[in-house]
Design a protein around this ligand. Structure first.
Ligand code: R5P
Length: 258
């Protein structure tokens, strides 16, 4: 791995703890004005001091985030679908890698839809973005997206995660599931876990706790942070779990303190 690639990766995943709290706010690329992100910049600003990386779209970065940001950017470079469209898997590459370089991003992120109608295109797009990333020293985060009718079990998620890693992804984002250790064991690159739809705070903290205790390097969490009644409390609590191995009970107290 070349120096630039290593340097960018080390900005995202702490080289000492090997852990990462990534704040995901890229939802607008297919959900539009997602609840909690109506004014993305306002939501994100106070949370930045507690995030190791910020995952978002090019438009959100330009319009909602100040260019003097110190937090490394993970730029979503796939899209083309919407929540009201025919098929969520109908995604393509939406950002030219040269623009990602101009935006000084630390990684590019793209979704693959294994087992869905547009599987082939999304998986080949991942390979194309990885080739671009290798050319310029930019790591790629593969998002193992799941279609409406797909079961998020260890068999499926390990299939999708392993395919992403085999194609050369540097980090994989997937979901927590029963027998999650199998997903981690069979994926040779670091895994971050998505939070998914908003659930009660204690459950979201438990999800983060189980994920890192079963081998994830951290979380790429969105709605369970920014849709919480205390986004600040939640990000601090998640951070305590990821970086300090805090218990769910301790983390919940941190959330309550805000
Ligand atoms: C979904 O594909 C988006 O990339 C989100 O970033 C991802 O789902 C993580 O956000 P959340 O924790 O809200 O699921």
């Amino acid at each position: 791995m070349d120096w630039g690639m290593k340097n960018r990766l080390s900005r995202i995943i702490n080289p000492v703890t090997k852990r990462c709290v990534m704040l995901a706010v890229d939802h607008g690329y297919f959900l539009g004005p997602t609840s909690g992100l109506e004014n993305l910049g306002k939501t994100v600003k106070p949370l930045l001091g507690h995030a190791d990386a910020l995952m978002l779209t090019r438009g959100a970065l330009r319009t909602g985030v100040s260019a003097d940001i110190k937090v490394p950017i993970v730029l979503r470079v796939s899209g083309g679908n919407s929540v009201v469209g025919d098929d969520l898997s109908n995604e393509d590459i939406t950002v030219n890698t040269e623009d990602a370089i101009r935006l000084n991003v630390s990684a590019m992120a793209l979704s693959i839809y294994v087992g869905s109608q547009y599987e082939n295109r999304t998986v080949v797009n991942l390979a194309k973005i990885i080739d671009q990333g290798e050319k310029y020293g930019i790591p790629v985060l593969a998002v193992t997206a799941v279609g409406k009718n797909m079961v998020r079990d260890a068999r499926y998620l390990s299939l999708a995660s392993r395919i992403a890693a085999e194609l050369g992804a540097h980090i994989v984002k997937t979901y927590y599931c029963k027998n999650f250790r199998k997903v981690v064991k069979t994926c040779p690159v670091p895994i971050v876990v998505a939070g998914g739809k908003k659930i009660p705070e204690k459950d979201a903290l438990k999800l983060a706790y189980n994920s890192v205790n079963e081998g994830a390097c951290g979380v790429d969490m969105g709605r369970n942070i920014f849709q919480s009644d205390s986004p600040m409390g939640m990000i601090k609590a998640v951070r305590a779990i990821v970086h300090e191995n805090a218990s769910v009970k301790k983390a919940y107290q941190i959330y309550k303190r805000g």
